[in-house]
Design a protein around this ligand. Structure first.
Ligand code: HEC
Ligand code: HEC
Ligand code: HEC
Ligand code: HEC
Ligand code: HEC
Ligand code: HEC
Ligand code: HEC
Ligand code: HEC
Length: 419
């Protein structure tokens, strides 16, 4: 079924060998991110000629290899039916209990709970909030790189009335969502709080490929919808369409990947799938990042950090390009500020990639009101050294030496010149 020319690995190899004519991975410099993708016949009609939804188990019957990868991906676990029991996530411990005073029988759905945090929907389809229930209503998973521990935290503490689980909340967490129409109201499973409907919970196959009923009978037509553009992923991986990288409290928000990539300088025009396998988890699957940094940047290396390992309590990180260029500058559930040098650690890796080597702290990365990441005249952003070097080189980690913003800046400037 998936043939060689479909495989991202074959494409990388082709690019590296210069077969495609891009001469991509020549040591002279990084290759172009616009990897030629296979030609799909339908990149414009997400309805697949008004087809009906089949559900991902139908797709899995033929596409077993992709289904196996998808099952480990966060997309598959975005919204989980809870029938008297906690969702059974692969790979992580998940959500052990609902908020205090609630039983699993009171919970219809768990939102997320696979990567960083979970919210809960009650049997009537309303979000369980701290404001209404008077208890901490968001479950945060532990995040060892930031040293945060698992536990409940407030969720919507100022909610003074039941919060409907609305289209604006489930549209990125479901497959085949429909918006609520007051003239012809529809409610998922007749739950009054869920205004609007969906076909399948979670971001499943047909969330990206459209309804598939016409496809199994004639797969040779190859007319199912496929869109590999960054804008397509960006519909969900951005908090607004204005291109602003939103931030609060000295950290970037948690779904800003599209705006970040657009502000990343050299990668600004890349598709997400220049690096990602769209079906494989970046967290739990070794092939999730189908293209590594050095496949395009073969003349860069780890220099003074070659073979070094960062250890913090039980957390162990072998130094890599990602350690510095995708610092934990985003925050979904938790963050910490560590040591006298105030190293900053959130829980989502940024896609800004560029590093500002001036001896300046995080306040210089954000607008004066802290609500957005600053960009230069060319629309590029960069992370400050308290997110980059000082995450590890701070006074709490027992490193043999201490770095300040100034000394880190001196070493960081031109850090690759000896590569
Ligand atoms: C525009 C799309 C979009 C909308 C609307 C949206 N989300 Fe999300 N949500 C995301 C994305 C993308 C992520 C993952 C971001 C990341 O990992 O950096 C996410 C992550 C989450 C997570 C964490 C999941 C996990 O396993 O850690 C929870 C919980 C969550 N959202 C709840 C909500 C709630 C509640 C609402 C409505 C108030 C909502 N979301 C609306 C796109 C959206
Ligand atoms: C987050 C969006 C997304 C989801 C969810 C998704 N796909 Fe895809 N899929 C894509 C993109 C983008 C491509 C094009 C990849 C490329 O051109 O390299 C693709 C390509 C494919 C292909 C053709 C290429 C290949 O690898 O064989 C098949 C078949 C496929 N998807 C099946 C599935 C099935 C089955 C599921 C559910 C188990 C699924 N997809 C879920 C985005 C998605
Ligand atoms: C009866 C088996 C079967 C089922 C069921 C099936 N597929 Fe396919 N699919 C195929 C085959 C075979 C191909 C390759 C067609 C070719 O290249 O000639 C394919 C190709 C694709 C492609 C490549 C895009 C294209 O059309 O070129 C995508 C995406 C895809 N399938 C997604 C899905 C999704 C989503 C579902 C579930 C709604 C699904 N498939 C169900 C057999 C199946
Ligand atoms: C230049 C390569 C590259 C591009 C382009 C790219 N990514 Fe990533 N992305 C990565 C790497 C590498 C990681 C894994 C970092 C790690 O090791 O945890 C990642 C991780 C992620 C994560 C998980 C972040 C976290 O900490 O939870 C999300 C979500 C994500 N990418 C979405 C996107 C989206 C959406 C796009 C397109 C707008 C995109 N990526 C484009 C390389 C890339
Ligand atoms: C329909 C909305 C939607 C679309 C479209 C979408 N995503 Fe996501 N994505 C999400 C949500 C919601 C999460 C949060 C998952 C979680 O936290 O468990 C997520 C999480 C992720 C993650 C981190 C989870 C993991 O297991 O590594 C990556 C990587 C990612 N998306 C990449 C992509 C890429 C690449 C595309 C485009 C091919 C894409 N997404 C399209 C909604 C979407
Ligand atoms: C698909 C190929 C490709 C991949 C994969 C890739 N890069 Fe790049 N990168 C490029 C290209 C092309 C440029 C622009 C070259 C230039 O500006 O000279 C670039 C530029 C950069 C820049 C400079 C950004 C700026 O404008 O200041 C950094 C930093 C960088 N990449 C880091 C990384 C890291 C870290 C990874 C892995 C997470 C990575 N790249 C993965 C192709 C790639
Ligand atoms: C210890 C942190 C650190 C690590 C690890 C690291 N870099 Fe860098 N990198 C930097 C800093 C700091 C800069 C900015 C240097 C400057 O502006 O003088 C930079 C600049 C770059 C640039 C743009 C400027 C240039 O020299 O071309 C690229 C591309 C790049 N790094 C790629 C990589 C790749 C690929 C890896 C993994 C092999 C990597 N880096 C590992 C800190 C790091
Ligand atoms: C992910 C954690 C991490 C990050 C990020 C990081 N380092 Fe390091 N660094 C280490 C570790 C671990 C060592 C080895 C410490 C030891 O020898 O005990 C080290 C060693 C060093 C050394 C001594 C090298 C030698 O030859 O002994 C210097 C200088 C240094 N780092 C500077 C920097 C600068 C500047 C940055 C930011 C651009 C940075 N580091 C980012 C973890 C990190």
């Amino acid at each position: 079924m998936p043939r060689d020319w479909f495989s991202p690995h074959a494409l990388i190899l082709a690019a590296c060998l210069g077969i495609t004519g891009l001469g991509g991975c020549a040591p002279a410099g990084p290759s172009d991110g616009n990897v030629p993708t296979p030609v799909y016949r339908n990149t414009t009609d997400p309805t697949n000629q008004e087809a009906a939804y089949l559900g991902s188990s139908a797709c899995s019957a033929c596409h077993t290899d992709i289904a196996t990868k998808h099952r480990l991906h966060g997309h598959a676990w975005q919204l989980n039916r809870s029938q008297g029991q906690p969702p059974a996530y692969p790979a992580v411990s998940g959500v052990p209990q609902p908020p205090a005073g609630f039983d699993w029988m009171d919970v219809s759905y768990v939102v997320g709970g696979y990567l960083r945090k979970a919210n809960f929907v009650d049997q009537d389809g309303f979000l369980i909030t701290t404001g209404e229930a008077g208890v901490e209503a968001q479950w945060n998973l532990s995040y060892p790189p930031a040293g945060t521990v698992a536990g409940f935290a407030p969720f919507e503490p100022s909610a003074g009335r039941p919060l409907s689980y609305e289209y604006t909340c489930f549209s990125c967490h479901t497959t085949g969502p429909t918006v609520f129409d007051p003239a012809a109201p529809t409610y998922q499973e007749n739950r009054p709080g869920i205004r609007g409907t969906w076909h399948e919970a979670g971001v499943q196959c047909e969330a990206c490929h459209g309804p598939g009923s016409r496809h199994p009978g004639s797969p040779g037509n190859r007319d199912l919808f496929v869109d590999g553009s960054a804008a397509f992923c960006g519909r969900c991986h951005s908090s607004s369409a204005d291109g602003v990288i939103h931030s609060a409290g000295g950290f970037i928000g948690y779904r800003e990947q599209y705006a970040e990539l657009r502000a990343s300088g050299g990668h600004a025009n890349f598709d997400c799938i220049a690096c990602h396998d769209p079906h494989a988890s970046a967290h739990f699957d070794p092939v999730g990042i189908a293209r590594t940094c050095t496949s395009c940047h073969p003349n860069r290396n780890l220099g003074i950090h070659t073979g070094k390992t960062h250890v913090r309590g039980d957390y162990v990180e072998a130094l890599s390009c990602v350690s510095c260029h995708m610092p934990l500058a985003g925050r979904s559930a938790g963050s910490s500020v560590v040591g006298q040098s105030a190293g900053r650690i959130g829980d989502v890796r940024t896609h800004i990639f560029r590093i500002d080597t001036r001896p300046l702290d995080f306040t210089n990365m954000f607008t004066p009101d802290g609500g957005a990441v600053l960009k230069d005249g060319s629309g590029r952003a960069a992370t400050t050294l308290d997110f980059v070097c000082l995450r590890c080189h701070n006074t709490e980690n027992g490193y043999p030496f201490r770095l300040t913003l100034r000394s880190a800046g001196e070493i960081a400037t031109g850090i690759h010149r000896f590569d």
